[in-house]
Design a protein around this ligand. Structure first.
Ligand code: ATR
Length: 288
């Protein structure tokens, strides 16, 4: 008699991946990748891998030696992963951080950063006719998330990007480092005049996130056609998005960036470029 079980078990040739971080218990990645593994019937597993920063290097090499296909890396280890990689994608080098490591068959570590890809793909999916070349963008913040968004917007042909950050020096250093005349540093708090001809507003700061202060911004003067988006996804509709929506602007929430940034890693490790659907959004948002 054969034994039937209602789920797929691992085999001797299962592909293994996971997310390294400290802490990692908050990460939605195991749920997200787990959904895709089940949906596509893949013989594989994706695990939460809590690793203290001082053990990061040893753990990464051990995962390679254990035959893992690759790992995602989350805070505070995204910068730590960079020097460990034998090769980096161009975008990872420019962003200055790695969130996706692939172990190649010859044992080399290949580092990529897919955050900017996730940002762009989310807007393409949710705002179908978006044209990044159509007008200036305003980017709030100059931290790690901002770097990914800036690199992505520059690559999409944005004609001008205005960066506003509480610590102005940080924005100025970023503009100097990227050395692109399209990057301009503007005042924080934002002068509404900086919004009068803008096509896209992006919040990359942590303001508006659950437990963080509210983002105070005056959107008067922003064209009604401008798209407003937030990389914060808890809450899904931040005050910024609610304010923009109330005055008639199209808005896109930040959850999709998280979902789309996971696609390149899943594709490399498990062989399928997975789909981001409403069902996946609901699944990731539902309690564990
Ligand atoms: P991440 O990698 O998520 O971008 P980060 O590098 O710590 O995180 O950057 C956080 C961003 O949120 C920065 O732009 C930060 O502004 P500063 O450079 O001035 O620190 C911004 N931020 C965080 N808390 C803020 C606050 N209370 N008011 C204004 N900006 C804030």
């Amino acid at each position: 008699m054969t034994t039937r079980i209602p789920y797929r078990t691992l085999s001797g040739t299962s592909r293994l991946a996971g997310v390294m971080g400290w802490p990692v218990s908050h990460s939605k990645s195991p749920r997200l990748h787990g959904y895709w593994l089940a949906k596509y019937g893949i013989d594989g597993s994706y695990m939460p891998l809590p690793v203290e920063p001082e053990n990061f290097q040893a753990a990464l090499i051990s995962l390679r030696n254990l035959g893992f296909s690759g790992v995602n890396v989350t805070v505070p280890q995204k910068e730590m992963a960079m020097p460990e990689c034998d090769e980096l994608s161009d975008r990872a080098r420019r962003i200055g951080a790695v969130n996706t490591v692939t172990f190649s068959k010859d044992g080399r570590l290949w580092g990529d950063n897919t955050d900017g890809f996730g940002f762009i793909e989310n807007l393409r999916q949710e705002a179908a006719n978006i044209d990044f070349t159509s007008g200036p963008a305003v980017v709030l913040g100059a931290g790690g998330a901002s770097r990914a968004v800036l690199v992505a917007l520059l690559d999409e042909g944005s004609p001008e990007i205005r960066i506003a950050n509480r610590t102005r020096k940080r924005a100025e250093d970023l503009a100097k480092e990227f050395n692109d005349p399209r990057l301009k540093v503007v005042d924080w708090p934002l002068d509404p005049k900086s919004l009068s001809d803008v096509a896209l507003v992006v919040n990359t700061t942590s303001l508006g996130m659950v437990g963080q202060p509210k983002l105070e911004i005056n959107l008067d003067g922003l064209p009604k056609s401008a798209l407003v988006t937030d990389i914060v996804y808890a809450p899904l509709i931040t005050d910024l998005l609610a304010q923009a929506k109330a005055r008639g602007n199209p808005v896109v929430d930040g959850l999709g960036m998280l979902l789309h940034q996971a696609r390149p890693g899943f594709h490399r490790w498990f062989g399928i470029d997975p789909e981001v659907t409403q069902e996946l959004r609901d699944f990731v948002l539902s309690p564990d």
